[in-house]
Write a protein that binds this ligand. Sequence first.
Ligand code: DC
Length: 227
Amino acid sequence: MINIAIDGPSGAGKSTVAKALAKSMDILYLDTGAMYRAVALKALRLGIDPCQREKVLPILNDTDVEVKYGQGVQHIFVDGEDVSQAIREHRVSKAASDISKIQEVRDHLVDMQRAIAKNNDVVLDGRDITSYVLKDTPYKFYLSASVDVRAKRRFDELTAKGQAVEYDKIKSDIIDRDDNDMKRTYCPLMRTADSIFIDSSDMTVDEVVKVFLKHIEEIGKSVGKGV
Ligand code: DC
């Protein structure tokens, strides 16, 4: 199996790049952030504070999170409802970051991620993929960009969807979320020594994808798997 792991901070373009890579290699793309968002959405809908472990744990056992693919596109379901759009709301981002600090939430979702990766050629993006979920894969990347570029991208993305947001708030939310994701106890976001570092600040998506494909080909040759 080819398992490609991509980590990096919020708004670095991981999902755009991962999607394009998966398409060009004709393999699956698993957006692991969507899984944390799904659990967070359920908590928000029930009025549960995503920081409160003792309130979150009962809903974890009682929540059915499923990842399904329709024509190669990932859809995420919570208790049978397709929440792929709903999890993109801005309020869900912070809630997902908070809920992802809870070890039991992570263990549950990581088991699902590993099961998918075991049975499929797949690109996974997230925060702990290179350091934990797929720590043995030879295909490891850390994608980053300056905080201003990331805030601008997120602002443009949300405005294009019609969400009323302020640039400064988006930027400070990104800084807070990075901090939250990098400083948590369990599987924080980190750049592992064996990940290839790519800074997408001054690159187009096509350029970034080309750089990834070149590295993937080289890694494939070195591990004896032609890609
Ligand atoms: O990639 P994203 O912005 O959709 O992720 C939402 C949150 O989920 C992120 O702030 C931290 C958490 N997350 C995580 O802890 N581990 C992952 N592998 C993916 C996401």
